[in-house]
Write a protein that binds this ligand. Structure first.
Ligand SMILES: [Fe+2]
Length: 303
């Protein structure tokens, strides 16, 4: 800015509007030349900074893509590891082959409909899939025994929740799912094991799990009976709301279309987490009124 006005306020105004310098008339060539050189130096620095910023942004974007791809690969490896663990258990306990996968899918269905956070969905899926992993530590003579278990054998059998918890809680990416493994045999009214937790004391994932577990146990063939229909299983689950199951989750379970469970049952493939999470949530349906279980009524079948 070159001016005849010798007023500091004019100078300040000019700089505020982007002038790099403020020169007074009459013009002196050497002063002007110096000023222009300074202005050019500043401009060059600005351009360099801008190009550095751009290349930095590109580098960060590239690295972010690489990191995301690596995370996806790790997640896939996690899920493959889980499938291998589950398959190892299925090899020993063939009666329940496919049970873990179906229970996992049923849990995901309910937890998604409950709008649980994505991270929790992941842990619920993993915990429900591995719920019986502790049975790996139960002797064949007990695990595969056809007759009724003695009380000692029952105690050993029940230790599968602790064995499973000890196994899973030591693996960092599975640690948050370990709570479900430990508490998957707890019941809403406190009559479950190993701690006899009551109501909300039982982790949400385990409360969802018990419904999914019963649903699958009842709709699967057993040596002593044929698979029951989903309608029968549903009625049984409703009967034990408030006793074995969290009544609110039973309400939610009943609000979901029955055909959905049959579709899941037919599709045995365990979804990769991304696939499962990407599915749209359900339209809400008004919940049914739940009749609490009466004294003396037998429990719903569980696995
Ligand atoms: Fe179990």
């Amino acid at each position: 800015m070159v001016t005849g006005e010798e007023d500091i306020r004019v100078g300040i105004q000019a700089m505020k509007h982007g002038a790099s310098d403020y020169l007074l008339k009459p013009m002196q060539l050497d002063v002007l030349s110096l000023s222009v050189e300074r202005a050019l130096a500043v401009k060059r620095m600005e351009l360099e900074l801008e190009s550095y910023r751009q290349s930095l942004e590109e580098a960060i974007e590239g690295r972010t893509h690489q990191l995301e791809a690596a995370m996806r690969r790790i997640e896939m490896t996690y899920d493959e590891t889980l499938e291998a663990l589950g398959a190892a258990l299925d090899l020993r306990d063939t009666e329940t082959a496919g049970h873990s996968k179906r229970v996992c899918r049923y849990c995901l269905e309910m937890a998604t409909a409950m709008s649980r956070p994505k991270d929790e969905l992941k842990h619920i899926m993993r915990g429900s899939y591995l719920h019986d992993i502790g049975k790996i530590g139960i002797p064949d003579a007990i695990l595969l025994k056809e007759g009724k278990l003695t009380s000692e054998e029952m105690t050993i059998m029940q230790s599968h929740v602790r064995i499973g918890y000890d196994l899973v809680s030591r693996i960092a990416f599975l640690a948050p799912a370990a709570a479900i493994v430990l508490t998957h045999q707890e019941k809403w009214d406190g009559t479950g094991y190993p701690q006899g937790l009551v109501g909300d004391e039982i982790p949400m994932g385990a409360r969802i799990f018990t419904i999914a577990d019963t649903l699958d146990a009842m709709t699967s063939d057993r040596p002593y009976r044929k698979a029951l229909t989903f309608s029968v299983a549903r009625e049984e689950i409703i009967r034990f709301a408030g006793k074995q199951f969290d009544p609110e989750i039973v309400n939610l379970f009943c609000s979901l279309p029955e055909e959905r469970w049959e579709t899941i049952r037919l599709d045995l493939k365990l979804p990769r987490l991304g696939e499962g999470l990407a599915r749209p949530s359900h339209p809400s349906v008004s919940p049914r009124v739940i009749r609490p279980v009466r004294r003396g009524e037998s429990r719903a079948a569980t696995n």
